[in-house]
Write a protein that binds this ligand. Sequence first.
Ligand code: BES
Ligand code: ZN
Ligand code: ZN
Length: 506
Amino acid sequence: MPILSPNIHFSEKLTGKVDTSVIFVYDDKKLSKIAAAADKTFGGLIAHQLENHTKFNADAGQTLTLALPAKSDTLRVIIVGLGKKEKLTSEGLETIGGKMLGALVAQGAVKVGILNADDVDAASLSSIILGVQLGSYRFDEFKTVKKDKDAVQLKTITIVTSEDKQLAKDSKIVDALAQSISLTRDLVNTPPNVLYPESFASKIKSTLTPLGVTVQIFDDKQLTKMKMGCLMAVGQASEHLPRLVVMSWPGTSAAKGTKKKADKPLAFVGKGITFDTGGLNVKPFEGMLDMKMDMGGAATVVGLMSMLAKRKCKVPVVAVVALAENAISDEATRPSDIVTSYSGKTVEILNTDAEGRLVLADALTYVQEKYDPKLIIDLATLTGAIMVALGLNHCGAFVNDSDLWTQLETASGQTGEKLWRMPLDDSFRREMDSPFADIKNIGNGRMGGSCTAAAFLGEFIDKDRKWAHLDIAGVAMSKSTPTCPVPFASGFGVKLLNQFVEKFYG
Ligand code: BES
Ligand code: ZN
Ligand code: ZN
């Protein structure tokens, strides 16, 4: 995994030498006991700076590096601002962790001691550590000169805390989360000549099988036989034909060997278009540039399954990803082709660029028919329109059940991955009435494009089935930030949905 994570451990006391000490201060700039004790050995340098520095306000994530006098054991101390205590959120703490990492790397720190001693509680420290881990994400697989790997010397971070045992336990979960988010980022960042339906499917199998997830791959021949007409129509023009991958996690609370009926699983479904040219309705130059990310929904689902398995989620979970390349050739689907979906409903494909809803339709029908799930959440980089509506920080959530929405909203509040509820309404469905088939794959014009896309998916959801559709087109990518230094895949949704499952299902 291309992640440069320093070794992080916890200890009640700092033993051994460090080249860099870190202390945290809230915006009252008061030194904690342990920092004050250390400052004595530095001759009061820290207190003096905190009092007289004209720019350091201890804002959240602000850092101040002080060189220590020649005789000190330590080369430098880095003061990390935490801002206002009452304003700290898990997301804010992650950013602080990422910024602290930036300061450590900039100084060439190798061995670091964080003099915390419980000024910052265990949960907050865990968020800071997650920020450090996410901030150390790199993607240099395709670089022949591994610049970062050579440049970053940071080896160990020891955190001084009396909650060392609790934190050592929590940090296993933090590690699992960082690795699972990195897995999602890796999948999305990988170029489409390397990651295509069959290679994506094999990668899922080789990554998740060792974690105890059962992975089943359906190839194009099986999909044709199964009559997955929508998925095949989208992928038929590519030399890399479609795959449907089913991942099942049994849950740890399943009463083994007893006759107790197994719980219905939770289901996750992901759009996995490994490259979206638009098909014969070809995308313009700018529109096509980022389209290797069009498998972001599937990548998030895979990262989530990794996390659920790593933390040994109690309940059974099934995930389905529909993988296809929306390419152009003489075999490409034409605008006005009519295909029969796996559900049996016929679809008039009027725009080959509205392909995500087609592959999802078959995957959604499949997961309901085979698994009768308790609820379904699908994730998809489905529409450009969701970015017009919500921008790049809010994920559009279309939910047909108010309890499910409340649960998602709660998880969103706790993780900082923002959701905004969008309308599901029959009027959007009616726009897609077709004179020739049961439904057409686009509405009338551009208005409410994300809502017609969601309504199309709704057509393939059983009556009374709890369902949420998350349009992640705006949030799957990120500019470079302290916790997402490689400017492309964000890994949005892994943390949010893991929190959702853990909090409400186990
Ligand atoms: N993959 C795109 C949506 C997308 C656009 C994701 C930009 C991320 C960034 C999707 O397949 C698509 O092309 N949707 C069309 C639908 C339209 C033809 C009804 C769109 O949004 O323009
Ligand atoms: Zn498209
Ligand atoms: Zn697409």
